[in-house]
Design a protein around this ligand. Structure first.
Ligand code: UFG
Length: 343
């Protein structure tokens, strides 16, 4: 019988790509999402890509009664992938309580039900933000976590601790946290991708909207960092590669291949790429010009971070496959597709 996976936040950017990969690998998926930052039409797109419509329940995971009722109804879950969370760094500085309340309560409600309803396996969306500005690059899983730069980042660090402590207290439970670097790009079909609300904060949606003529110019935040070209460096990973890492993490848990009840992995490409290199690569890959100007640094940004992925490569047998040019082309194809649909 197909294994059943609960995917919270499954209509979101990374969630939807992961649902596609899970279904393509024979898993049965139930999505829970409150649609606060995604659209119900994503279900149609997932069905078009995979030929199968995932089950869907719309409610907020901070509502404990609803979470319990859900676990009562779905009594055969094999594992949970928990994506649902608030994720805007700037907003978290303005509304810290909303971030702590949403991100911590939803995880705690889920973990209480895991114990009560005997669901053993959890994969959690963490972030490289837990490393802050690391003293040494690339970062390995042994690199110490640092004081978070934002309430959002702090929720990721606290959620990791909640999982670590909960599985330590109940050795029936197992958890894997995946520390994502910068997820970008879109599915090759351009049927699903990132749908930012309003003016995008993140680099790639802002860049593609600029090239599409929706924004006049991309601002490059800082060219005076201590990096080869002066702009900040990140590790940009194709969202489909990231989605595949979740399938592998689920297989590790379901097949008891995990070496400890709680494990955490860096999920990146291992390549540090600057903002100016992104522009260059985008222009090369798509043949489009990116109008841009250099402005001051953005408050709260770190200078550089990129992953050492050897632990994930060796233990999970997973490696990011896409080149940066392919990844950026997929982001552009998605942007042009959204505009076609809106016409
Ligand atoms: N950048 C620009 N211009 C822009 C937007 C971004 O130059 O208009 C630069 C930033 O200064 C940074 C790089 O592009 O150097 C990437 O910025 P993003 O906003 O895309 O992503 P961050 O690296 O800031 O990461 C943040 C959070 C992560 C989170 C990630 C994805 O810190 O925790 O966004 O949401 F995972």
């Amino acid at each position: 019988m197909a294994k059943q996976i609960l995917v919270t936040g499954g209509t979101g950017f990374i969630g939807s790509h992961t649902v596609v990969e899970l279904q393509n690998n024979g898993y049965e998926v139930v999505i829970v999402d409150n649609l606060s930052n995604s659209k119900i039409e994503v279900l149609d797109q997932i069905e078009e890509i995979t030929g199968k419509r995932p089950k869907f329940e719309e409610f907020d995971l901070t509502d404990k009664n609803k979470v319990k009722a859900f676990f009562n109804e779905y009594s055969n879950l094999d594992a949970i992938i928990h994506f649902a969370a608030s994720k805007a760094v700037g907003e978290s500085v303005e509304k810290p309580l909303m971030y702590y309340s949403n991100n911590l309560n939803s995880l705690m409600n889920i973990m209480e039900c895991m114990s009560e309803f005997n669901v053993k396996n959890l994969v959690f969306s963490s972030s490289c933000t837990v490393y802050g500005q690391p003293d040494q690059l690339p970062v390995t899983e042994q690199t110490p976590r640092k004081e978070a730069e934002s309430p959002y980042g702090n929720t990721k660090s606290i959620c990791e601790d909640i999982i670590r402590d909960t599985v330590a207290a109940n050795n029936e439970l197992k958890g894997i946290a995946l520390r994502y670097f910068n997820p970008i790009g879109a599915h090759a079909t351009a049927k699903i991708g990132e749908l930012p609300l309003g003016v995008p904060n993140n680099l790639i949606p802002f860049l593609t909207q600029t090239v599409a003529g929706i924004r006049p110019e991309l601002s490059v935040f800082g060219d005076d960092y201590n990096t080869p070209d002066g702009s900040a460096i990140r590790d940009y990973i194709h969202v489909v590669d990231l989605a595949k890492a979740h399938v592998v993490a689920i297989e590790r848990l379901l097949n008891d291949k995990n070496k400890a009840n709680y494990e955490y992995f860096n999920v990146g490409t291992g390549n540090g790429v600057s903002v100016l290199e992104i522009i260059e690569s985008f222009e090369r890959a798509t043949g489009e010009k990116v109008p841009h100007k250099i402005v001051d640094r953005r408050a709260g940004d770190i200078e550089q971070i990129y992953a050492d992925t050897s632990f994930a490569n060796e233990e999970l047998g997973w490696t990011a496959q896409s080149t940066l040019d392919e990844t950026l082309s997929s982001a552009w194809k998605w942007q042009t597709n959204i505009m076609e649909t809106e016409k």
